[in-house]
Design a protein around this ligand. Structure first.
Ligand SMILES: *[C@@H]1O[C@H](CO)[C@@H](O)[C@H](O)[C@H]1NC(C)=O
Ligand SMILES: *[C@@H]1O[C@H](CO)[C@@H](O)[C@H](O)[C@H]1NC(C)=O
Ligand SMILES: *[C@@H]1O[C@H](CO)[C@@H](O)[C@H](O)[C@H]1NC(C)=O
Ligand SMILES: *[C@@H]1O[C@H](CO)[C@@H](O)[C@H](O)[C@H]1NC(C)=O
Ligand SMILES: *[C@@H]1O[C@H](CO)[C@@H](O)[C@H](O)[C@H]1NC(C)=O
Ligand SMILES: *[C@@H]1O[C@H](CO)[C@@H](O)[C@H](O)[C@H]1NC(C)=O
Ligand SMILES: *[C@@H]1O[C@H](CO)[C@@H](O)[C@H](O)[C@H]1NC(C)=O
Length: 486
């Protein structure tokens, strides 16, 4: 007996002495998630390889033929001249298949990533140039600084090679509930799957969604329940003051402006929106957290829903940056190194999977995908104290778009889906030939007004219902023309 306990005891002592707290509580008490739109890794961060050769980015030798089946067709090299992108590159499931495989034959492994130029050319000859370029690091100075100060992930993939909504759904629920495209009717009706928000809430950990225009997180049906109505707070009124007063919740989602108007330009980086505005927004979120009394226990995750049709030389990788005073300066994270399974990778389900570990949640993974996804809590366990050298201010980005937002433009597909969500919240979906038609003809300015008005009445009605003692599991159903609650 004594012979076996001694080495065990010795090992335990060693572990304690070496300062590794294998089962110790995470230093992180607040996780902030920001999901930007529609840009690939190489497009946003590929050229950061110049700053740090360890980053699996680009050097300009990467190219695509304009016609993948014609070896004599012209070759387009990847450049660093990204500027203002309009219109929006292809990002349907079919378009992405052509981008990564060059044809409909999907048997190659790894995929050759050779059909970007061809697919873009088929939409508009000018678009080839847009998709085969990335940003020079100085054009995205806020990311340049974050990448050199904190952690960049160069093997983080979109969860599905498809459009925005399926990918956004993975971020908080580890599944798209089978969707591979934006299904307007289902989106508006609400996706039924369980989310990390519910796991956190059940474990007594607070969450809040700081929204602008309208919260896209309301695409999850369960979040519309009365019991969650106070979790939605306007970004402008609440985010900075909560941070300043040390009142940030355990899990905070910051949603950007999806609507592009002259006075309030969009901040989501979605083409054709100005990346300069997205950079300003990331800077504001970072500086707000940096100045908060909660900074020493904060983790900020910035990622992109999908690649938006832009070239990437590895796969459908999206930019991901993880910020915390617990992250060692200049960290580059590649894959999860065979953990938890030999095929595991980082992708959007890595967020709920990591949050589960950080908060030591007892609930099981939401899905098989979450169970499989790599977690990155390890990069927070290297330092023994929070850093004190993190910059208080980030550089001011350069303006990219010349001129103003075109607020009289007809809304994009994504914006239309948000308008349809607004229509459901407002109860106006029963008035028209829903869902395909609502919002189709709205301008960006009209759509913004419509959705901001809808979310305001939905939340007001919800609060009133809570006061009246309505069952918190219920979802408020508005009556349209009267604009009052049932
Ligand atoms: C691409 O090249 C193939 C083989 O030369 C040719 O048959 C096809 O028409 C070309 N496609 C386009 C879009 O030019
Ligand atoms: C490519 O060019 C070479 C030389 O001009 C020619 O022999 C060959 O047939 C061409 N291939 C195609 C697919 O057009
Ligand atoms: C590839 O599949 C799409 C439908 O998904 C079809 O429209 C297209 O013609 C196919 N292309 C080729 C080269 O077979
Ligand atoms: C392509 O760009 C040129 C020059 O910028 C412009 O004149 C032309 O109209 C564009 N073509 C399309 C299809 O947008
Ligand atoms: C990007 O933007 C388009 C247009 O709004 C939208 O349809 C799409 O879902 C977004 N995501 C992708 C991957 O394109
Ligand atoms: C964070 O921790 C560092 C190092 O312990 C300390 O110097 C600093 O004052 C702390 N900052 C806040 C906001 O608590
Ligand atoms: C949108 O506008 C066009 C042209 O003004 C009109 O023909 C069409 O019926 C409108 N569609 C909807 C859904 O209102």
């Amino acid at each position: 007996m004594a012979e076996t306990t001694a080495p065990v005891f010795f090992l335990l002592l060693l572990l304690l002495l070496s300062g590794h707290h294998y089962s110790a509580a995470s230093p992180i008490k607040t996780v902030v998630v920001l999901v930007m739109e529609n840009r690939s890794f190489d497009h946003m961060l590929g050229w950061m390889k110049k700053l740090n050769p360890e980053i699996n980015g680009v050097d300009g030798s990467e190219s695509n033929r304009i016609n993948t089946t014609d070896p004599n067709s012209s070759r387009v090299f990847f450049g660093d001249k990204s500027h203002f992108v309009d219109p929006d590159p292809g990002h349907s499931f079919q378009a992405i298949r052509e981008q990564i495989f060059g044809s409909n034959d999907t048997s190659a492994s790894p995929p050759p990533m050779n059909g970007f130029a061809q697919q873009a050319f088929s939409m508009d000859p000018n678009m080839t140039h847009s998709v085969m370029n990335g940003f020079h690091p100085d054009k995205v100075a806020v990311y340049k600084s974050l990448v050199s100060e904190f952690a960049v992930f160069d093997r983080w993939f979109a969860s599905v090679p498809a459009s925005t909504q399926p990918n956004r759904l993975y971020v908080h629920s580890g599944t798209s509930h089978g969707a591979t495209s934006n299904v307007a009717a289902l989106l508006a009706k609400g996706y039924p799957q369980r989310t990390i928000f519910e796991d956190l809430d059940d474990a007594g950990i607070s969450f809040r969604i700081y929204y602008q225009n309208i919260p896209a997180t309301l695409f999850y049906k369960n979040l519309r329940k009365l019991k969650y109505i106070t979790k939605f707070q306007p970004y402008g009124l609440s985010f900075k003051s909560d941070a300043k007063n040390g009142k940030l919740p355990g899990y905070a989602v910051v949603e950007q402006r999806y609507m592009d108007t002259k006075l309030e330009p969009a901040t989501d980086d979605h083409p054709s929106h100005d990346v300069y505005q997205g950079q300003l927004f990331v800077k504001e979120v970072y500086e707000t957290l940096r100045a908060s009394p909660q900074w020493n226990e904060t983790l900020l995750v910035i990622t992109y829903d999908e690649h938006g049709g832009f070239y990437d030389h590895i796969g459908v990788r999206v930019p991901t940056i993880v910020v915390s005073p617990w992250v060692k300066k200049g960290t580059v994270v590649h894959g999860p190194n065979g953990s938890p399974t030999p095929t595991s990778e980082y992708e959007h389900s890595s967020i709920p999977a990591t949050v589960r570990k950080i908060f030591n949640l007892k609930s099981p993974p939401l899905t098989k995908r979450e169970e499989w996804a790599g977690t990155f809590d390890g990069i927070l366990q290297i330092l023994t104290q929070p850093r004190t050298d993190c910059p208080e201010k980030l550089p001011s980005p350069v303006k990219i778009r010349e001129g103003d937002a075109n607020e009289e433009a007809i809304v994009s597909e994504f914006q239309q889906e948000l308008i349809q969500l607004a229509a459901v919240l407002k109860g106006e979906d029963i008035l028209t030939s829903f869902p395909r038609m609502i919002g189709k003809n709205m301008t960006v300015r009209e759509g913004k007004e419509y959705m901001e008005n809808a979310i305001k009445s939905f939340l007001e009605a919800g609060l009133a219902a809570v006061k009246m003692g309505v069952d918190p599991e219920q979802i408020v159903k508005m009556i349209p023309s009267l604009s009052t609650r049932s």
